[in-house]
Design a protein around this ligand. Structure first.
Ligand code: PMP
Ligand code: GLN
Length: 400
């Protein structure tokens, strides 16, 4: 028989599914796949339940229910001063995942080049390649994850159609600075290119770091498709409601992609997300504040065990260098080992790279209840204390 699609046949199951399955198998605390362990705001959940019951359960308008498109436009104005037309500049999708695919479909023709920044989220490369476009990868280096400007500039050329930019960034927790964004903006204008802006963690920033949408920079309003996710903003990851904000010329093409991918998205959930987006500023500040405290709690715990924890400015992930623990193996082995032996799961950071990559970092999600974070740290602490006691005994025996 003929082989099905070569690229997808060769694509592995996502690391998030793999590690969640392993966590379940070993009864491990899952700090791998990023999802909160408590539901989002009760009024938003209630609005969804009410919306299920009031008889609007058939296909909603293709680009999203008016309430949600208006709410997306209003939050763009409230948080970023962007003036957005809800009727022609917003497309609601089934999660940011669909929004990313639809945005790339809207921009790319086969042979176009796309600049991507590693470490990167795992859907980006397969989708770019499925569209016949050519990825140009630029790497950020730990521990600072600064933008390597010369390399980024060198990745742009006459065939560059777009950059895919994720800020706040998964898995690094980096929030791109105004200066870095300005540099990217100059390249976009110089090379007449677009940007797909994956901003799903837009409201999860800490310590005074503010998310700046690339779209708000002078001259970039017409070049950006800006993507948000209710899953992240309301701690309801299973709902899969995403939204694209883009100039009319791009939104209309992204809508065509959406028309051919899913056509519409659950109307009841859309209406509830509209309620969520109308929440007062205190909700958004409270979410970030609560997560900052969790970041500090988990980071301090991992540091106590001996890991070198990198700073996180946004998202709900910390990356930690486990070299000081003396584990003999790479990040994949480490994450597997702690899942099986300590019953705590993390994600190996090499999953966010193509090819050779730094292999001594693990990503931990901190969007969990405090007692769960504490128990995870306690398990790791017990395990590694025991491990190092065993190692000391072994080395004593060897030298005796
Ligand atoms: N982009 C990034 C960087 C993410 O971490 C995620 C995580 N879920 C997504 C996109 C997908 O968002 P959604 O669940 O809304 O599809
Ligand atoms: N974005 C989430 C993460 O990075 C996972 C989403 C998924 O499982 N596809 O952990």
């Amino acid at each position: 028989m003929k082989t099905p699609n070569a690229l997808l046949s060769a694509t592995g199951t996502t690391i998030f599914t793999v590690m969640s399955a392993l966590a379940a198998q070993h009864g491990a605390i899952n700090l791998g796949q990023g999802f909160p362990d408590t539901d989002g705001p009760a009024d938003v959940v209630r609005a969804a339940a009410d919306a299920l019951m009031d008889g609007r359960n058939q296909y909603p308008p293709m680009t999203g229910v008016p309430e949600l498109r208006q709410a997306v436009a209003a939050t763009n104005r409230r948080f970023y001063g962007l003036d957005v037309d809800p009727d022609s500049e917003v497309v609601v999708t089934s999660g940011a995942t669909e929004a990313i695919t639809a945005s790339l479909m809207a921009l790319l023709d086969p042979g176009d080049e796309v600049v991507l920044i590693e470490p990167l989220y795992d859907t980006y490369l397969p989708v770019v390649r499925l569209l016949g476009a050519i990825p140009r990868l630029v790497r950020l280096a730990p521990p600072k994850w600064e933008l390597p400007r010369a390399e980024l500039a060198a990745a742009f050329g006459p065939k560059t159609k777009a950059i895919l930019l994720n800020t706040p960034m998964n898995p690094t927790g980096k929030v791109f600075t105004a200066a870095e964004l300005a540099f990217i903006g100059e390249l976009l204008q110089k090379h007449d290119a677009y940007a797909v802006c994956d901003e799903v963690y837009e409201h999860l920033t800490f310590d005074g770091w503010r998310h700046i949408p690339l779209m708000t920079l002078p001259g970039l309003r017409e070049r950006c498709l800006r993507i948000g996710s209710a899953g992240k903003t309301f701690s309801l990851t299973g709902w899969k409601i995403g939204y694209i904000t883009a100039p009319r010329a791009l939104a209309s093409v992204a809508a065509k992609a959406h028309q051919n991918l899913t056509f519409t998205t659950a109307p009841n959930l859309q209406r509830a997300v509209a309620v969520g987006l109308a929440k007062d500023d205190a909700y958004f500040a409270g979410l970030a504040g609560a997560l900052a405290a969790k970041r500090d709690r988990l980071s301090a715990g991992l540091a106590r065990i001996g890991m070198a924890v990198l700073p996180t400015q946004g998202s709900y992930f910390v990356t930690a260098d486990f070299t000081p623990l003396g584990f003999a193996g790479d990040d994949v082995a480490f994450c597997r080992h702690i899942t099986e032996a300590a019953r705590v799961t993390a994600i190996p950071v090499t999953a966010f790279y193509e090819g050779e990559a730094p292999s001594h970092f693990a990503r931990f999600a901190f969007c969990k209840r405090d007692e769960v974070l504490d128990e995870a740290v306690a398990r790791l602490e017990r395990h590694f204390a025991h491990d190092s006691a065993a190692a000391t005994l072994t080395s004593r025996a060897a030298s005796a």
